[in-house]
Design a protein around this ligand. Structure first.
Ligand code: ADP
Length: 159
């Protein structure tokens, strides 16, 4: 079985992330969305909360799976017995960022093979940050995120 790991903050997961994962299913049997911690970013949701939103988002989609780690992505890849790592590209800024990210990963494990998928125009302007800002401003986010994220924001507002 051909497995690829898609690591990210997913803070929160958006339809843009999901589109990349679904696209990868054309070449891989299983895509694992791995909720990881990015030390360079101040996280809005805990690792568990982010994981729960991802889990809800992939429910019922054959071939997509959710996982979480507080450890290193390279260790997770080894545990899954795969060398394939998936990332999404929206624009030039992402490309620059991904270049640095790939260097960091390769410094830890040279055997990792990166697979990049470009976002379709429809999703290229969606970011976790813009979704978060819209949600805080009480704007409608339903079009841009899975249901699990909409529900999570409703909870956050309630409490
Ligand atoms: P990280 O903190 O590891 O960058 P993110 O959740 O921000 O985690 O992003 C994970 C990956 O998904 C990155 O490769 C990012 O470029 C990509 N990505 C994020 N949003 C989109 C989108 N709307 N379309 C395509 N790729 C995206």
């Amino acid at each position: 079985m051909k497995v690829i790991v898609y690591p990210g903050s997913f803070d929160p997961i958006t339809n843009g992330h999901l589109q990349i994962a679904k696209e990868a299913l054309k070449s891989f049997d299983k895509v694992i969305l791995l909720v990881a911690n990015n030390n360079n970013k101040k996280e809005r949701f805990t690792n568990l909360e982010r994981y729960e939103m991802v889990k809800g988002a992939v429910e019922g989609i054959e071939g997509l799976e959710a996982a979480r780690t507080d450890g290193m992505t390279v260790d997770f890849l080894k545990k899954e017995g795969t060398c394939y790592l998936l990332r999404g590209i929206r624009n030039n800024l992402d490309m620059k960022y991904e270049e640095d990210y790939a260097k960091q990963i390769h410094a830890m494990d040279k055997s990792v093979e990166f697979v990049y998928i470009a976002s379709s125009e429809e999703y290229s302007s969606i970011s976790s940050t813009s979704i978060h800002e819209m949600a805080l401003a009480k704007k409608d986010i339903d079009k841009y995120v899975p249901k699990s994220v909409v529900e999570r924001y409703k909870k956050a507002v309630r409490s």
